[in-house]
Design a protein around this ligand. Structure first.
Ligand code: TA6
Length: 312
């Protein structure tokens, strides 16, 4: 079994507007836009598929937007197995101001998920995880589910024998940690918040991630440092990863692309360092494209050879 399953509890249509300028309080006509199936887990699925690994996307979808999300996934050949809910899946809008190079995200709340659907998801995860090597849970929790909803789902996936990646933030991450996922991808602020400390510099960050890793008996913790690369703690030590400088077009979805690279390398049984290079290259390649969850496999191949990994 080497399939990857991605879980997006609040699936979305990611709509990107490309504007030469974005004057606030003024009317703009949108000449160029793109609509894609999105939400963090679906972005992970798209990038894993582009890297050539079999993947199944699950999560909650609802209404016409839910139908569109499934159709868009069909069009790009990604297998999916969602739980349907009442209400309408959300639209996540990313407005790229091409002059300023800024990205403004407007994320709808999405549908509320009732108890019946919550239970149905537990059954779905049990089934998919038993056939998967890796299960990635990504993104915020939808309305209607308890704050600790990830705890039960992560536990089910682990019991079924899958390697579990949890990419969430705030309470969803804090509670989810109790089920001891194998990997998490918090940012610096989240690391500080989880431990209730301040993280002033990279040395403090190293100590903090190592503490977290031991506390929850995890396999690895990756902390993105944006254009400066990332830091990753694993059982064998802590590493600083530097990625090559590139022309950044759109950073939305870089974290998801990193997770996808990690999941692919774990599914393939690659070495730790090769996996780290692939994940970092996938994240960087995503930043060079104008769509979230989009990479260029040839660029990834070139970049992964330029990723520098130093043991701290
Ligand atoms: O990581 C980027 C992104 O996937 C956007 O494309 C958008 O769909 C958003 O995240 C959703 O994040 P959330 O945490 O609310 O699921």
């Amino acid at each position: 079994k080497h399939m990857i399953t991605t879980v997006t509890l609040n699936a979305a249509i990611d709509k990107t507007y490309y504007l030469p300028a974005f004057p606030l309080g003024k009317m703009s006509r949108v000449q160029r836009f793109n609509a894609a199936p999105g939400g963090k887990g679906i972005n992970v699925a798209k990038v894993a598929a582009q890297l050539g690994e079999p993947v199944t996307a699950t999560g909650f979808v609802g209404g016409m937007n839910g139908e569109i999300i499934k159709q868009l996934l069909d069009q790009i050949g990604i297998a999916h197995d969602f739980v349907s809910v009442a209400g309408e899946s959300r639209l996540c809008l990313n407005i790229l101001d091409e002059a300023k190079g800024t990205s403004t995200e407007l994320l709808e709340q999405g549908p509320s998920v009732d108890e019946g659907a919550q239970k149905a998801m537990e059954t779905k995860i049990r089934d998919l995880a038993s056939r998967s090597r890796i299960v990635c849970f990504s993104g915020s929790l939808p309305a209607g589910v308890p704050k600790d909803y990830y705890v039960g789902l992560v536990a089910i996936a682990k019991e079924a024998g899958a390697y579990v990646i949890l990419d969430a933030s705030g309470d969803a991450l804090r509670f989810g940690l109790e089920a001891k996922p194998d990997m998490i991808k918090p940012n610096e602020d989240e690391v500080a918040a989880l431990l209730g400390i301040e993280v002033a510099d990279e040395e403090a960050l190293r100590q903090a991630v190592e503490t977290l890793l031991q506390k929850y008996d995890m396999d690895r913790i990756s902390v993105s440092l944006g254009g400066a690369g990332s830091m990753i703690a694993a059982k064998t030590g802590c590493y600083r990863v530097k990625t090559p400088k590139v022309d950044v077009v759109n950073t939305v979805g870089c974290g998801d692309s990193f997770v996808a690279g990690m999941a692919v390398s774990l599914a393939r049984g690659s070495s730790f360092e090769d996996g780290l290079a692939l994940a970092s290259a996938a994240g960087t390649s995503n930043a060079m494209t104008d769509q979230a969850g989009m990479i260029d496999p040839e660029v990834v191949d070139r970049l992964r050879q330029q990723v520098q990994i130093t043991r701290l």
